[in-house]
Design a protein around this ligand. Structure first.
Ligand code: MD3
Ligand code: FE
Length: 217
């Protein structure tokens, strides 16, 4: 097990941690590929830059987002949806790199969902102070497929709620290299991210990148 100056925490793959049936944290699952994943993010954002989307209610999201793969998640005054084209460039979203597809497939399989073939990868960028308020992911056609999320860079405190917005939420720290798989009964849980504390990571600087893989089409 190795420790570093930045977080004093183990940086090695761990045994699966089940949050509840259908939701499992695979600590360190993406550590080995982290640098390659971040290089691929740089190539994607050169084609489809990070942007702050506007919610249907007219608010600017504090998380900066972009996408890769056949479908991308977008929000504007007319609503939330998935679409094949980046509204900022008029071009299709960049292709999903093979290392993304393989990691999503491997993580889903490790959580009991073999054969996961996502068609959408939302890339979220958090700076210190960025938050994501409690919400459900309900814009995908297929709740039968899991969602795979990959955390890179500085740590975040994830909020894991219940079936109702008012249900008490648990706090789950998500660190560089952690992968979470959400499926079955956990798929429609309310969830969010607390405002990020200031921190530095050697690979990302003062930022957190989260990849979420979905079957949206
Ligand atoms: C639980 N992103 O993009 S990833 C999102 O850290 C989103 O960027 C957060 O919530 C982030 O929609 C959390 C973990 C996650 C993703 C999807 C879920 C948790 C989930 C879907 C259902 C339940
Ligand atoms: Fe979400």
């Amino acid at each position: 097990m190795t420790f570093d100056l930045f977080d004093d925490l183990p940086s090695a793959p761990q045994a699966p941690e089940w949050l509840e049936p259908g939701a499992v944290v695979l600590r360190g699952f993406a550590l080995e590929q982290a640098a390659a994943l971040l290089e691929a993010v740089d190539a994607i954002t050169a084609q489809a830059p990070f942007r702050h989307l506007i919610t249907p209610g007219g608010k600017r999201m504090s998380v900066a987002m972009t996408n890769c793969g056949p479908l991308g998640w977008i929000s504007d005054r007319s609503g939330y949806r998935y679409g094949p084209v980046d509204p900022d460039t008029g071009e299709r979203w960049p292709a999903m790199p093979p290392i993304f597809q393989q990691l999503a497939r491997d993580a889903a399989e490790a959580a009991g969902y073999p054969g996961f073939a996502p068609d959408a990868c939302l890339i979220n960028r958090y700076a210190p102070g960025t938050r994501l308020s409690l919400h459900q992911d309900r814009d995908e056609g297929h709740y039968a497929h899991p969602i795979v999320s990959v955390s890179l860079g500085i740590p975040a405190m994830f909020l894991w709620g219940g079936a109702e917005r008012a249900d008490k939420a648990r706090r789950v720290p998500l660190l560089h290299g952690d992968v979470v798989v959400w499926g079955g009964p956990a798929r429609l849980r309310f969830h969010g991210v607390l405002p990020l504390p200031a921190a530095q990571h050697p690979l990302t600087g003062a930022c957190r990148i989260n990849l979420t893989f979905r079957k949206a089409g």
